[in-house]
Design a protein around this ligand. Structure first.
Ligand code: ATP
Length: 492
């Protein structure tokens, strides 16, 4: 039976093989920040490429965007983040450790429940909080907590060199708001018609109270978000559409079906504006030992665009009160819904409305971790343990490794030529050091699907050994056909 993968195995392989390092390790490390090494950056880029391909490139109804991380403070005011993006925390009176209230567990239970979201603090505060039986995860004392208090999650920074005109800004806690802020720009400059989506991948920052489990929850992370705008009334159809599309994306990239499921949000978990929300969860080998969120898919109604439309109005009113002329013509409050700058005019139906939004929001780092965990395998081969990453070809950091069997008889020259030829099309690696068996094992651990060895027979008949990672099967392929053969297998 396959061994259950432990997080320690993954962390150790990631460090050993240069996938992921602790940030600032030479200075003792920085908590909850990680650096992607040579193999890790390839993996992460491939996850992003696969997301972009499926969500943008292969669709006629989605366009891309890349927004700045720093945005106008009104963006966060309108979205609600400035006032409400916080976790409710309680401090243990004995050891002074602060923990998210929704992560506290009672004494009898084994692990903290992670099935929680960052929600606005009014919603959380409204929920009864009885901490008398809760266990401090740090010192184990029961029921010794302070009253719960909100802890703001956005990182602050200063913009501007002069004390007088410098402004407090926030690092974005999600990429989505940059999409809403550009909704009008995209509408005015492209040919998109509703229904359509705007997609973005980029860094987000949250001063998380509890970080844990390697790259699962960090304070700096990458998100891949799509805001799909549709006509009210068609939103449930598109919600179902994106649920299916996003679930299949993980399956198509090789995650095992038994490790993936949907979790519908209970009605008391839903944000007040959301009509529906479902998480795609993966069975990670840590925390409560089971299901954790990979991606959230929400029907956000017209909440965000409306909020920004109100924000624009508020700002313009303020400018007007100071005697400035405002840039955007605003309808009066009553007509806002129909005439606001973030409304949409359907020129076929002759109707104006504020679009509804379906938002699939995924974590790139979390997905990369899930792909690593799912691909990890150990098997016994001739009395030795073989560690390998059975990555889907699209995700494998290196697609093919090329070896001369020995460093003589012209084999390195032939192997170098093959390497130079193939690397124009996909990521390759050349290695001539050590026994070929060990070179194969190193590539197994890196998840490289194919190894090509130039050997004695190559000198006679221009064929090479092609070894496949998962089956370890070896076949002979002529050098002239190698490229087309590999491109077909790799689907590149
Ligand atoms: P959680 O409940 O795990 O804190 P969330 O529900 O607040 O997450 P969202 O705001 O829905 O997360 O963000 C969308 C996705 O972004 C998540 O599904 C996750 O993959 C990723 N993500 C969110 N916060 C983090 C983090 N601190 N570190 C890594 N990835 C994150």
């Amino acid at each position: 039976m396959a061994k259950l993968t432990k997080l320690e195995d993954i962390v150790s392989l990631c460090k050993r093989r240069g996938f992921i390092f602790q940030s600032s390790e030479i200075y003792g490390g920085l908590a909850s920040c990680y650096d992607y090494g040579p193999l890790g950056v390839e993996l992460k880029n491939n996850v992003k490429k696969a997301w972009w391909k499926s969500v943008v490139q292969m669709r006629d109804d989605v366009v891309g965007l890349d927004c700045s991380i720093l945005m106008h403070p009104m963006v966060w005011k309108s979205s609600g983040h400035a006032d409400k993006f916080a976790d409710l925390i309680a401090e243990c009176k004995k050891c002074n450790t602060r923990t998210r209230v929704d992560h506290l567990k009672e004494e009898a239970a084994e692990q903290a429940d992670e099935h929680t979201e960052h929600v606005d603090i009014d919603t959380v505060a409204a929920q009864a909080q009885d901490l008398s039986k809760k266990l401090c995860p740090n010192c184990g004392v029961v029921g010794q907590f302070t009253e719960p208090m909100p802890f703001k999650l956005m990182f602050e920074t200063q913009m501007g060199a002069n004390v007088d005109d410098s402004m407090t800004m926030h690092l974005r806690p999600e990429t989505a708001q940059g999409i809403f802020a550009n909704f009008r720009n995209v509408l005015d400059t492209t040919r998109v018609r509703i229904p359509f989506g705007i997609a973005q991948i980029g860094k987000s920052f949250r001063n998380e109270v509890t970080t844990k489990a390697f790259i699962f929850r960090t304070r700096e992370f990458e998100q891949a978000e799509l805001e799909f705008f549709c006509e009210p009334g068609t939103d449930e159809h598109w919600f179902e559409h994106w649920k299916e599309a996003r679930f299949n994306w993980y399956l198509d990239l090789g995650l095992k079906k038994e490790n993936l499921h949907f979790r519908e949000h209970d009605s008391d978990e839903l944000a007040h504006y959301a009509k529906g929300c479902v998480d795609v969860e993966y069975r990670f080998p840590f925390g409560s030992g089971d299901w954790q969120e990979l991606e959230g898919i929400a029907n956000r109604t017209d909440f965000d665009l409306r909020q920004h439309q109100r924000g624009i109005r508020t700002l313009n009113k303020w400018y007007e009160s100071k005697g400035y002329i405002t840039r955007i013509e605003l309808a009066d409050e009553a007509a806002e819904y129909l005439k606001g700058p973030l409304s949409y005019f359907d020129d076929q139906k002759k109707q104006r409305y504020i679009p509804y939004v379906i938002e699939p929001s995924a974590g790139i780092d979390r997905s990369a971790l899930a792909f690593l965990v799912d691909a990890y395998d150990e098997e016994q081969v001739r009395g030795e343990t073989r560690n390998l990453l059975r990555f889907h070809h699209a995700l494998a950091p290196v697609k093919a490794a090329i070896f001369p069997l020995v460093k003589k008889d012209g084999m390195p020259e032939i192997a170098t030529n093959i390497y130079n030829d193939l690397k124009k099309y996909f990521n390759c690696f050349y290695d001539q050091k050590g026994a070929v068996g060990r070179r194969y094992r190193r590539q197994d651990e890196a998840g490289t699907p194919f190894c090509i060895t130039v050997d004695g027979q190559s000198l006679e008949d221009n064929t090479v050994t092609l070894r496949e990672r998962d089956s370890m099967e070896q076949t002979r392929v002529s050098t002239g056909q190698l490229l087309s053969h590999l491109r077909e297998k790799l689907d590149i």
